[in-house]
Design a protein around this ligand. Sequence first.
Ligand code: B12
Ligand code: SF4
Length: 468
Amino acid sequence: MDILLISANRERTPYPVFPLGLSYLAGPLGEKGHNLKVLDLCFADDPELAVSEAIDGFAPGVVVLSLRNIDNVTFPGSRSYLPGVKKIVDVCRGKAPVIVGGSGFSIMPVEILAYLDADYGVVGEGEEVLPELVSRISEGLSADDLRGVLVRGRTNFLPARLVQAIRPADRGLFPLERYYREGGMANLQTKRGCPFSCIYCTYPILEGKAIRVRPIGEIIAEIRSLVEGFGISYIYFVDDIFNYPPEFAEELCRAMIDAGVKVNWTAFINPAFITASQLKLMITAGCDAVEFGSESGSACMLRNLGKSFSVDDLRNSSRLCLDEGADFAHYILFGGPGESEATIDETFALMDELEPTAVIAMTGIRIFPGTPLYHSALADGTITAEMSLLDPFFYISPPIRETLCEMVTERAMARKNWVAPGLEINMSDAMLEALRHFPVRGPLWKLMKRLGRSRVRPMAAPAADTPR
Ligand code: B12
Ligand code: SF4
């Protein structure tokens, strides 16, 4: 069958991100003998026209639509991508059945399928179930009994099954060079799953709580193909936590060193598991920057957010980065349950002490169904079961709901290394667009070292798709 694979993601902030999820589906579909064409809408001037032309020219039997993000999870300045995606589904309607999937879709599948009015939705990983669904469609058979598959008009589906063997991505049909040129990084996944339970986080829901690692040999071969086949010199490992389990991360680093692949890379790491020897190994294997999902510098808030590490872990891991000369960034999430001016001050004080290259702060926590935060917000009346969370709703601790942004702005503006995307402090769409003209490799926050005073600009109108 002729299959059109559409990547719907048009977000270019903080940089255009290669559609890794969709590239994982190309291999299994190709192996079944399907004829594939990719339409990546990230760089399309007129996405609806591009879809319409592709449908008319290629006449696919099925459209596979990947929905990575549904909104930018940023407060203030929240913007939803769903109206833009709906227009794309509308263009396809009546011409080919549309199957929607992806991490954004899987967070609220029933609501999104109904909103988009698409034919099928697939919850979770697509490698195994998608080829089966396509074959059912081509034979005119029912798909009701396929796990993770949601059929238009229905609100129930069998729970998705996790893929057992994660195979390499197939990037051949995708515009990797453009992403690399404009985003400065390629991406790669070494495992799936997260066993931790941070109260706001969807990752364990999306990838499962059990960790499934890939064979090291296949990862090395994939890195080699990126470096030697596509000329990539910088990789972002998209794993939820790169350095957990520590033994696997260390074995992978040793294998990268032994293979002699010349590539730099960055990843999210958990401060509780980093040791001096692990960081040295990572650096020898090419790592030049690490990101910590710290979320707070207050012991009380780390507990409230369900984090698996302590303030001392943040101190020790930051010290190791400074000692080893690795750039590092702490991501902060202000406004969780129990946040107050005192805990905000604790976080600023700790960040001052740790001297990270950059601190990236978000204000307000997007509530996603199925998370512990969702259940507690329901219980305390912050949200109701009837509310549609397709309209982004951000939890902000009630006593500081009105003052959070002001408090964070004032403090972040007084510091050179703070970035607050929602408050447009040291980051705006215009600034990122300008930076993209420089051949930056690796995360943009590494440039903080070269920036002068903190800057803020007046709130701009939403730049990507219009908000709902
Ligand atoms: C790594 C990551 C990042 C990195 C990306 C770095 C890079 N160079 O790749 C960074 C930090 C830059 C980032 C940024 C953002 N991210 Co992010 N990110 C992730 C993360 C952890 C992994 C994504 C990934 O690559 N997974 C690996 C691939 C293989 O999996 P996948 O895409 O899910 O695809 C599989 C399935 O979904 C499915 N599938 C995919 N498409 C389709 C289609 C069909 C038809 C089918 C059947 C199946 C299917 O099959 C695939 C293979 O199994 C996810 C959370 C998570 N654990 O999933 C969030 C996540 C995708 N990000 C999210 C968001 C919101 C963002 C930002 C908008 C945040 C912001 N304001 O900056 C930006 C957007 C950037 C952009 N330009 O698009 C959200 C999206 C959901 C939502 N609320 O909209 C997620 C889910 C996290 C969350 N909050 O829940 N992100
Ligand atoms: S924030 Fe990180 S450690 Fe916590 S549940 Fe999510 S992925 Fe796991």
